[in-house]
Design a protein around this ligand. Sequence first.
Ligand SMILES: [Zn+2]
Length: 413
Amino acid sequence: MKIDDWDQIWVGAGLATMVADGRSNQEIADGAIALKGDRIAWIGSSAEGEQRAQACGLVVSDAKGIWITPGLIDCHTHLIYGGNRVDDFEQRMSGASYEQIARAGGGINSTIKMTRAATTSSLRDSAAVRLMRLMAEGVTTIEIKSGYGMSLEAEHAMLQVAHDLGRDYPITVRKTFLGLHALPAEYADDRQTFVKLVCGPWLSALHSAGLVDAVDAFCESIAFSVAETAKLLEAARLLDIRAHVHAGQLSELGAPQLAAQYRALSAAHLEFLSAEGAAQIARAGTVAVLLPTAYYTLQQSKPPPIPLLREMGVAMAVATDSNPGSSPCSSILLALNMACSLFGLTPQEALAGVTRNAARALGLESEIGTLEVGKRADLAFFRIVRPAELCYGLGVNPCERVIRGGTARDLRC
Ligand SMILES: [Zn+2]
């Protein structure tokens, strides 16, 4: 690319390129980054950047005191839902467990009721508030799951809202059909029929409507079995759709092994993960998505086996799991902090978890997740002394500017 092809350049910034550099991430302390259109055109030192910009008469933007990272990626959320679950919270604070609340008809089923009763516009408006909070922290890509409709009509509505949010806001949205999330009351005595509908006509209709980038299942003792989950993953495979799996949140059922068998993009939670399960997801290239804010909300005591994941070379992502029950959280920076403080990730690992590895968890690693020439110009500007500070703060948002696809985004949008 010719120098005078550049549209804009920032100099004097720290660049957390997030390109893997051994166990840490590449950083350029006094760097410059140039953009052309929606792409990163050049990365180098400030001195060289200034020289080149001067030679072609391009105005230089000063970014002293700023660290630039790739736009952050929240790769696992349930952002769209009706109502909230403050009632569950009160019960939990009185000693009831997540499982007890679910078995007593609260939990996910109450959200299904509220989501079905909500209008499309109210689903959209309430999700947009959460979306904007994440965007204000530098998030430029988000995955949003369905799973609170649990009828074809209501799942379609959720995925359509996710699609519309991506169209109407300057953020990339990946839509996941979480077909096996909770068994709705009307199928309580006929789960086989429900699973067949999800894996057959529902998946097919939603896929035909262009609303399914991936599928997901909650494979857990209180949700769906390994055999049921396998049916959805197999149906998706036949349509060439990739999968995510909620695996090992509350028990060890063999879900990570199933995710590996289907070369799932990601396996999430993994508090319960055997050495064999870790070895298999490592071999399959499945990303482990860690959800520390859910772990915190549920006051769990057994964190995911981080040393095992490291030893096996499993790529680790970190996400908010934003949802009304176990993670009423709209802060990727809080998830970063908790990934370190509760799970023992290093700040370098946590940061890779919301950039490079999160991109991989969505199958988007060739487009986003690192600052590299040719990748999409999704950038977040933070006023911090060094990148680890993003994991250190609690309730602090040092994000000052976001560029998405080469265009500045209003942080208040
Ligand atoms: Zn989840």
